[in-house]
Design a protein around this ligand. Structure first.
Ligand code: GDP
Ligand code: ZN
Length: 363
């Protein structure tokens, strides 16, 4: 496998060449994540990988484990078709959601944490079905996560075969897209795929986000042009030898371009601060800056520019309500996450670069 085709570039190459563990290692990209194990793709192809004991120790401390799309430092044992992951290269970016722990030790039950869906992403396909489940408010949730992240959002409207008033769906999506392309498609009828293919570029990673049932797998199969099972022939077993259904996965198209699927998600809770949430709602924030009182709650205050804008139809009431709800959620999350995983991650990169500096001094 050609590494550039997999998304390798100068950003990662510099890190690799300066890395303290460089000798005997290869760069690999995480293509699947299953309990305790990973699949990675290196120049030699795809293989099963485990993280080293030393790395597990650091990872447990920082809470940062490899995610699909990550670049790792790996020693590959080609004969055995196995690899050991020794470290993670710094991410260009990553996409997270809020998850609530259900397993593990009792003291972690119900704990809120960051779940990294994927790392090193270029483009995000926000997939929606034009059926009774369609919701502009849900697209806003996804947009909040992707907006201003350096990843390019694309709003995909699937199941156009079911939509009687397609133009209305398109204009509703465009009203909250803020410049992001809105692409109508039908996975069922194989319609609109050429418009999606324009976003597929060699070495560029596209993640598919959307509730389960919106048609992500159908579209991916169309883009691949074959049944996915055939593309990913690797069969997987858990440690008890049972066949397991795989979660997220990363696929490299023969003509270049990387597609990343996400597991079935019933709901999507952004992992964003209040300030980050506000960025996507800049249209509302602009009005709020005009309110007479600085601490205006936009309820009953005199001189409230937001209430006025809603009354005049300049702000959509539904969008405003969603904005208030999401900001409140973000505020709660921030309070609960003081000293959070994000913080731990920063700490980790800091200690890693310190380690590397010391190493370079010794050279
Ligand atoms: P995923 O959970 O997002 O991966 O969704 P799937 O690809 O499994 O699709 C869920 C269901 O929607 C399946 O029954 C598909 O056949 C159906 N589906 C997918 N795309 C379309 C479409 O464009 N039109 C219609 N009518 N159904 C579709
Ligand atoms: Zn106000």
């Amino acid at each position: 496998m050609n590494l550039e085709k997999l998304g390798w570039n100068d950003f990662f190459n510099t890190q690799f060449n300066n890395h303290i563990y460089k000798n005997g290692m290869q760069p690999g990209r995480v293509s699947r994540e299953h309990k305790g194990f990973y699949n990675i793709i290196t120049e030699d192809g795809e293989c099963l990988a485990e993280i080293s004991g030393r790395m597990r120790y650091t990872a447990e401390d920082s809470g940062v484990f490899p995610a699909v799309g990550d670049w790792v430092m790996a020693s590959v044992y080609a004969d055995e078709g196995k690899a050991v992951i020794h470290d993670l290269l710094e991410r260009k970016n990553h996409l997270s959601r809020k998850a609530v722990l259900s397993g593990g030790m009792p003291d972690t039950w119900g704990k809120t944490r960051e779940q990294v869906l994927a790392a090193n992403i270029d483009t995000v396909f926000l997939v929606n079905g034009l059926d009774s489940d369609f919701s502009v408010r849900r697209i806003e949730r996804y947009m909040t996560t992707v907006y201003d992240s350096g990843m390019e959002p694309v709003i995909v409207l699937n199941k156009t075969d079911l939509a009687e008033n397609l133009d209305e769906y398109i204009s509703r999506a465009e009203s909250i897209a803020f410049g992001a392309p809105v692409i109508p498609v039908s996975g069922l009828n194989n319609a609109g795929m050429e418009s999606l293919k324009k976003f597929i570029r060699p070495g560029s990673s596209i993640i598919f986000l959307g509730s389960s049932g919106v048609g992500k797998s159908t579209i991916i199969n169309r883009l691949i042009g074959t049944e996915r099972q055939k593309v990913n022939e690797v069969r997987e077993y858990d440690h008890k030898g049972r066949h397991t259904t795989t979660g997220r996965e990363l696929m490299v198209l023969p003509e270049g371009g990387i597609l990343i699927d996400t597991p079935g998600m019933r709901e999507f809770q952004p992992w964003k601060s209040e300030e980050e949430t506000a960025r996507y709602f800049e249209d509302i924030e602009t009005f709020a800056a005009e309110c007479r009182f600085k601490d205006c709650t936009h309820n009953t205050e005199p001189g409230c520019a937001v209430i006025k804008a809603i009354e005049e139809g300049l702000i959509d009431r539904g969008r405003y309500d969603n904005y208030t709800r999401m900001k409140k959620e973000a505020r709660y999350l921030e309070i609960r996450m003081e000293g959070s995983a994000q913080h731990a991650e920063k700490k980790r990169w800091k200690s890693l670069s310190k380690l590397q500096k010391e190493y370079k001094k010794k050279m």
